[in-house]
Design a protein around this ligand. Structure first.
Ligand SMILES: NC(=O)c1ccc[n+]([C@@H]2O[C@H](COP(=O)([O-])OP(=O)(O)OC[C@H]3O[C@@H](n4cnc5c(N)ncnc54)[C@H](OP(=O)(O)O)[C@@H]3O)[C@@H](O)[C@H]2O)c1
Length: 316
């Protein structure tokens, strides 16, 4: 059954920050892993989680850059991980498991957008590989450390742009970087649906989130003129109305990782620190969730495809 998508009245909203949703929550002694937790939304989430007392593991494609970004934060650790490289994912996962520690929260946040058509690994489309398959392999590899954990998959209203292209997921034909991003963000949402179904017996719950629209290094491949034309920035380069700060953008993922209100809503798609409503249109700034991002049959099918591709599926 698809998760029920109706706002539950969390008391938080689009303007809430990650600190707001963590007020009164003590994460001392809790271990959190957040991919890309050294840039944009991930960095804002790491800061808030550390302030709430958590120990935060930050796997990083560029460990030197990550160490610099996190230099002033206590209780953080950086380790090398390239989500586009399965060998790197496995090596990171195995090293973490050897440490004997458990994880209370995993936030699959790292992502790329508007990449040129440059397949990675065994010919995989790069958005699908980094945004979804790398996280799929990582979470499955870390499975022994995840009993009772919350896993948050950072999706996007970009999922409006494409369902899973079952007949051509790697864009052998007709590459379009927005469709590729959109497919990967649908995959992020479906990953949460099926992971929650498989993990529930073990106390593991998974959620997908749309953070909102936020100017971060994610847009670095989009020319200034296109950002202007899309209405993302004003003529003087400031974020357009309706855009969030990184601290507001990090709030929904942190809320999904910690809110007791979500205990009965495993697999759900969240936005503005609440469950998202079904999308009623195609305006990505308004958001909501499309049916193809929640479909349990698609979620199970994507799981099988991802397991075949990565040879990782500890959850079954
Ligand atoms: N900003 C928005 O408006 C928005 C809206 C909806 C959804 N999102 C989602 O929010 C998430 C965070 O985005 P952001 O805006 O914070 O962007 P960001 O600042 O560019 O952060 C993305 C992070 O992903 C990491 N990453 C990229 N490729 C990687 C790889 N192969 N292996 C490991 N890590 C890799 C980046 O590391 P490097 O810097 O070393 O490359 C960076 O730390 C993404 O999943 C994005 O799709 C963002």
């Amino acid at each position: 059954m698809a998760p029920t998508q109706r706002r539950i009245g969390s008391g938080f909203g689009a303007h809430s920050t990650a600190d707001d949703v963590l007020a009164g929550i003590d994460l001392s002694g809790r271990n959190v892993l957040i991919t890309g937790g050294y840039s944009g939304l991930g960095l804002a989430a790491t800061r808030a989680l550390v302030r709430a007392g958590a120990h935060v593991v930050v796997p990083a494609r560029r460990p030197g850059v990550a160490r610099d970004a996190l230099r002033d934060l206590p209780r953080t650790e950086v380790a090398e991980l390239d989500l586009a490289d399965l060998g790197s994912v496995r090596a990171f996962g195995d090293r973490f498991l050897e440490s004997g520690r458990g994880l209370d929260i995993v936030i699959g946040n790292a992502g790329v957008m508007a990449y040129p058509h440059r397949p990675v690994g065994p010919g995989w489309e790069a958005h699908l590989a980094v945004n979804h398959l790398g996280h799929f392999a990582l979470v499955n590899r870390l499975r022994p450390a995840l009993a009772g954990a919350r896993v948050v998959s950072v999706s996007s209203s970009g999922h409006f742009l494409s369902d899973i292209r079952w007949d051509d997921p790697h864009f052998r034909h007709g590459y379009d970087h927005w469709a590729a991003y959109g497919q990967s963000k649908t995959a992020n949402a479906l990953f949460a649906v099926h992971l929650d179904a498989l993990g529930a017996a073990d106390g593991l719950h998974a959620f997908a989130v749309h953070p909102g629209s936020i100017l971060t290094p994610l847009q670095r491949r989009i020319p200034h003129e296109e950002q202007l034309a899309q209405g993302w920035i004003t003529a003087d380069g400031r974020p357009a109305d309706g855009f969030k700060t990184p601290e507001q953008g990090a709030a929904t993922a942190v809320w999904a990782a910690t809110s007791p209100l979500l205990d009965a809503h495993g697999g759900a798609y969240c936005q503005d620190c609440d469950l998202a409503e079904p999308a009623t249109g195609d305006d990505m700034l308004i958001g909501g969730v499309k049916p193809w991002a929640l479909d349990p049959g698609s979620a199970a099918r994507l799981w099988r495809l991802s397991a075949d591709l990565t040879r990782e599926a500890a959850f079954s």
